[in-house]
Design a binder for this molecule. Structure first.
Ligand SMILES: [Zn+2]
Length: 160
């Protein structure tokens, strides 16, 4: 079964729509074929009232009930627009996700930059501009590596 929520599933449904059928919308042809079934075919092939169903008529489907005929015609006719709408929604969603990822990457940089030196309290982002005020480390700042990793991880995973 094709999954219309995936691009591959939509491609498969488009392939099925295009295989052996017309580009025209489907329609219910007339009430009964010679076997007593309702028939479905392309819109252009709808038989006029009173015209008999013959062996030359070549419908796509013979169905047992009016409801089923209505459903098949409505579903097949609606399918191309539904597939297009899903393609468009997927493309928009991909754009939103890419923007979200850019925001998270920026927030990760900001969060990491706000981690403080354990000795003098200077922000990580400013570590190359000032030497450490704590004389014990000859001017070199110390930042907790776990705190730096955690600051980035929170932002990248979208945590506040
Ligand atoms: Zn420092």
């Amino acid at each position: 079964m094709s999954d219309p929520t995936t691009p591959e599933g939509r491609a498969e449904l488009r392939r099925l729509l295009g295989s052996g059928f017309t580009d025209q919308p489907w329609a219910i042809w007339h009430d009964l074929d010679h076997q007593g079934f309702k028939t479905i075919g392309d819109e252009a092939g709808v038989l006029s009232d009173g015209k008999p169903f013959t062996e030359e008529c070549n419908p796509f489907a013979h169905v047992y009930t009016d409801d089923l005929a209505d459903l098949i015609v409505a579903a097949v006719t609606a399918l191309p627009a539904l597939l297009d709408a899903l393609d468009q929604a997927d493309a928009e969603l991909a754009g939103y996700r890419a923007e979200e990822q850019r925001v998270r990457a920026w927030n990760a940089l900001v969060n990491e930059g706000n981690v403080r030196c354990t000795d003098c309290g200077l922000r990580y982002a400013e570590r190359e501009e000032y030497s450490c005020g704590d004389e014990r480390h000859q001017g070199v700042h110390y930042y907790d590596p776990e705190e730096l990793v955690e600051a980035r991880r929170r932002a990248l995973e979208g945590e506040p």
